[in-house]
Design a protein around this ligand. Structure first.
Ligand SMILES: [Zn+2]
Ligand SMILES: [Zn+2]
Ligand SMILES: [Zn+2]
Length: 343
C-alpha cells in the first residue's frame, strides 16, 4: 500500500536481503525535465576486427573465437576462479586474518555473432537460444562438485565497466554461495520456515493485486520495480509460479522469459532513447545437493541511470557509509516504465 505519508522521507524494508533503503521523494518535487541525448549511442558496427568476441578473431593467449552463428560459450581466458586451488588457511592464523579456499569455474557466453546487438535489439527467438544455453550451462556447472552455486550475469555498457560491447554474459560457478544470494537464501528460508509459504510467491501475489509497481507481465513472468528498489529504475523479474531454477523450466517458461527479457530491456532503451546500461543476473537455487523449497527463481536488473543517458546515480556518501537512498519513488519509476513497456 502506498500512502500519502510516503511522499515524505521514510525507510523501506527489503525482505529479500533483510536490509533497509531510505526513500526521499520530496527531493524530486521539481517537474520532469525529459532530457534526451542527441546522439543515440546505438551501434551499427556488426563486426569489429578488434573485438575478441566477434567470430573468427583471436582472443588472449592465442585462442580463436570460431565463426559461430548462434551462441558461443567458452572458459574465460581471465578466469577469476579455478576448478582447483590450494588451501590458504594456516592452523595458527589469527582469528582476524581469516582466509578460505575458493574454487569454481568462469564461463563466457556470447549471445550473438553480431557485434551491434543487445538483448533489446535481438529477436525473441534469438534470445530463446540464449535462455536455452543458460539452462544448459546452469545444469552442467551446477552438476560439477566444485560449483555449489551458479551465477549468470550480464554487465551492459561502459558505464557499468563492461570491457567489451559485444553482447555477452558471464557464468560463474562457485564453491561458496556468494554474499548476495546467501542473504536471500537466509531470508527466504526463514520466511518459509515460519509460514510454510514462499516469500516471493507472496510478494508476486501482492504486486499483482496492487499493480502500482508492475512494469510488465506475461503468462509466466512478472516484472516490477520492487517496493524496496535501491536503483532509480531497478526491476525484479519473478516467475509467476514457484520454481527454483532454470532446471525446472518448461519450454513455455523459456519462451516467456525470452519475451520478458526483450520487453524489459527494450523498455529501458526507450526511457532515455539510448542503450541502457545495467548489471542484470539471475538468482537461482543453490546447486549444493540440498533441496531448496524456499528458493524462488528471479532476476535483478540494476541500472544506474537517473535522469538522462548521461546522468547516473552513484552509491556514494551516505549510501556508502550509511544506507542506500533514493529520490524518485519506486511507484513513479514503475509508472514511467509501464507507460513505455506497452504490452
Ligand atoms: Zn564483437
Ligand atoms: Zn515461490
Ligand atoms: Zn535476488
Amino acid at each position: 500500500m502506498v500512502t500519502e505519508s510516503m511522499q515524505f522521507p521514510h525507510r523501506r524494508y527489503n525482505p529479500l536481503k533483510r536490509e533497509w533503503v531510505l526513500v526521499s521523494p520530496h527531493r524530486t518535487a521539481r517537474p520532469w525535465q525529459g532530457e534526451v541525448n542527441a546522439s543515440s549511442g546505438f551501434s551499427d558496427v556488426h563486426y569489429d576486427p578488434a573485438c575478441y568476441l566477434c567470430p573468427g578473431n583471436t582472443r588472449a593467449g592465442g585462442n580463436v573465437t570460431p565463426k559461430y552463428e548462434s551462441v558461443f560459450i567458452f572458459d574465460n581466458d581471465y578466469a577469476a576462479l579455478l576448478p582447483d586451488s590450494p588451501k590458504p588457511e594456516r592452523e595458527d592464523a589469527p582469528e582476524l586474518l581469516r582466509a578460505e579456499r575458493e574454487r569454481g569455474r568462469c564461463r563466457v557466453l556470447c549471445f550473438h555473432p553480431d557485434h551491434s546487438l543487445t538483448l533489446a535489439r535481438m529477436e525473441t527467438a534469438e534470445i530463446r537460444r540464449v535462455v536455452d544455453a543458460w539452462t544448459e550451462e546452469f545444469r552442467t556447472l551446477g552438476g560439477a562438485p566444485e560449483c555449489r552455486y551458479v551465477q549468470i550475469f550480464e554487465n551492459r555498457g561502459a558505464m557499468m565497466g563492461a570491457s567489451n560491447p559485444h553482447p555477452h554474459c558471464q557464468i560463474w560457478g562457485t564453491y561458496s554461495i556468494p554474499q548476495e544470494p546467501k542473504k536471500e537464501l537466509a531470508a527466504q528460508y526463514a520466511y518459509f520456515s515460519n509460514r510454510n509459504r514462499c516469500l516471493l510467491c507472496d510478494y508476486v501475489e501482492l504486486e499483482r493485486t496492487h499493480k502500482v509497481r508492475v512494469v510488465a507481465e506475461n503468462a509466466r513472468f512478472l516484472a516490477v520495480v520492487p517496493f524496496w528498489a535501491m536503483w532509480p529504475f531497478e526491476t525484479l523479474i519473478c516467475s509467476r509460479t514457484h520454481i527454483g531454477s532454470m532446471n525446472e523450466f518448461t519450454s513455455e517458461d523459456s519462451r516467456q522469459l525470452s519475451a520478458m527479457l526483450k520487453q524489459v530491456t527494450g523498455t529501458y532503451d526507450k526511457l532515455f532513447s539510448a542503450p541502457f546500461p545495467y548489471t542484470m543476473g539471475f538468482h537461482q537455487s543453490p546447486t549444493d545437493g540440498v533441496d531448496h523449497p524456499e528458493w524462488h527463481f528471479h532476476a535483478h536488473f540494476y541500472p544506474p541511470l537517473l535522469r538522462s543517458a548521461t546522468v547516473r546515480k552513484f552509491m556514494v556518501g551516505f549510501e556508502m557509509l550509511g544506507t542506500p537512498q533514493r529520490d524518485i519513488t519506486p511507484e513513479s519509476a514503475a509508472d514511467r516504465l509501464r507507460a513505455l513497456a506497452g504490452g
